[in-house]
Design a protein around this ligand. Structure first.
Ligand code: SF4
Ligand code: SF4
Length: 420
């Protein structure tokens, strides 16, 4: 056994806790999780059944923690997990799981399959079986500060552009501001309109806010690759920045997993509660709406629909906020079939969009989103995650569908009453 495999197996043994043991024991092999997974429904291939993707973890559980499994291992009657097997499982654990949580929601015995995938990724990463794209992203996140290699000067360049466009100076490192705004590198590079929209909304709402030069990036590639130590470093960076600036609230951007990583997993990763609150930008904007701080004019005339980012709708509980906000500015807002809690994933979450080898499968899985969209007859798609946005744009391009994809924040900002 190679040293890295030994480490990987030892990590897998460590991550098998009471919930994981009970999940494996309680599985009734009903197959309902398969029907919930877009990689299974769009390919019909049984290897994409969620519980099957966890087979190496199940084998370690049986061999180490059940009497029969231990006896079988002792007498050489069970197959040990090997490097070849983990390498063969890489496309099942990374390329074909967006950690969307749809399977966890439908499992009749309550198995949290996403939790199990996350734990299996821990062993896969340590034993050297994580995809190169994710290894590169998490290395850049730790060493440079962002998974796409974005540095502070790139953020400062965007700040200057926004100032030139809006006349609003973007605050940086302002101690005592109420809100600290995070962005994802995708927003900095691909969707700079997000920062301009925040600036205009905060101005109208009369709120103090700031970016932080030490912690502007929200993305947590440690969660995606499955390395808790990296996830912890990235959360700690944000915590240090927020505590140094003494802000009341940290705003997670239009990104799905960044929100769940920071809000729900972060305190456990760093081992203590935060001294500040974490909210998703949609929660903040909907709060402004209920306080009467947002004044809008005019409506989007084209039919709009909304794509729910999985981490927000299933694991974050952010469901009504985008709908409340879109109804302020859309005359013809229609829901997709399965919208809300059971919405289908874009196909690129959970780090899948960073894996080059996964592109053909991802485009095949996109057929479900394509069908959902076509049924609505919508002329514009709105979402609240920069990663979903890029993945959907690629899917639409591939299937030659001419539907613009925009964010909620910028859509709202484009209807703010001028000069107020
Ligand atoms: S839905 Fe739950 S019980 Fe059914 S096969 Fe999947 S994990 Fe097992
Ligand atoms: S989390 Fe989503 S993508 Fe992953 S196995 Fe479950 S349904 Fe499939």
């Amino acid at each position: 056994m190679t040293a890295s495999l030994e480490k990987g197996i030892s990590v897998l043994k460590e991550v098998i806790d009471a919930p994981i043991a009970s999940y494996f024991n309680s599985c009734v092999h009903c197959g309902m999780c398969a029907e919930a997974c877009l990689f299974y429904t769009e390919t019909g291939d049984p290897k994409y059944t969620p519980i099957y993707k966890l087979e190496p973890l199940r084998r370690v559980y049986r061999q180490e923690y059940t009497l029969l499994g231990r006896l079988a291992k002792l007498f050489g009657l069970s197959k040990p997990v090997t490097d070849e097997e983990l390498e063969a499982w890489k496309p099942l654990v990374y390329d074909s799981c967006t950690m969307c949580g749809r399977c966890s929601l439908v499992c009749p015995v309550g198995n949290d399959l996403v939790y199990m995938v996350r734990k299996l990724r821990e062993g896969m990463a340590v034993s050297g079986h994580a995809p190169d794209g994710l290894v590169g992203a998490s290395t850049r996140a730790v060493e440079i500060g962002s998974p796409m290699g974005v540095r502070l000067p790139a953020v400062q360049a965007q700040m200057k552009h926004v100032h030139a466009d809006t006349g609003i100076e973007i605050p940086l490192d302002v101690e005592g501001a109420e809100y600290m705004v995070l962005m994802s590198s995708m927003e900095i590079i691909n969707f700079p309109e997000y920062l301009g929209a925040i600036a205009r909304i905060m101005k109208q709402a009369g709120k103090s806010w700031t970016l932080c030069s030490d912690a502007f990036e929200a993305t947590n590639s440690g969660i995606q690759i499955g390395v808790s130590d990296i996830a912890k470093v990235l959360v700690q960076r944000i915590v240090d920045g927020a505590e140094k600036l003494k802000v009341k609230t940290v705003i997670s951007p239009e990104c799905g997993h960044a929100y769940t990583a920071l809000r729900w997993e972060g305190p456990n990763l760093i081992g203590r509660p935060y001294t500040f609150e974490v909210l998703h930008i949609l929660e903040v904007l909907d709060g402004f709406r209920t306080q009467g701080l947002l004044k809008t004019k005019g409506y989007e005339e084209a039919r709009l629909t909304f794509h729910d980012p999985c981490q927000l709708v299933r694991r974050g509980g952010v469901i009504e906020q985008p709908r409340n906000l879109l109804r302020m500015v859309a005359r013809d807002f229609v829901e997709m079939n399965d919208a809300g809690q059971m919405n289908w994933c874009c196909g690129g979450g959970g780090g899948v969009s960073a894996v080059d080898e996964a592109v053909p499968l991802r485009l095949q899985a996109f057929k479900i989103k394509k069908a959902q969209l076509e049924e609505t007859g919508a002329k514009t798609l709105v979402t609240a995650c920069a990663n979903c946005r890029i993945v959907i744009e690629e899917g639409l391009e591939h299937y030659q569908m001419n539907i613009p994809v925009v964010g909620v924040t910028e859509t709202l900002a484009s209807h703010l009453v001028e000069g107020d």
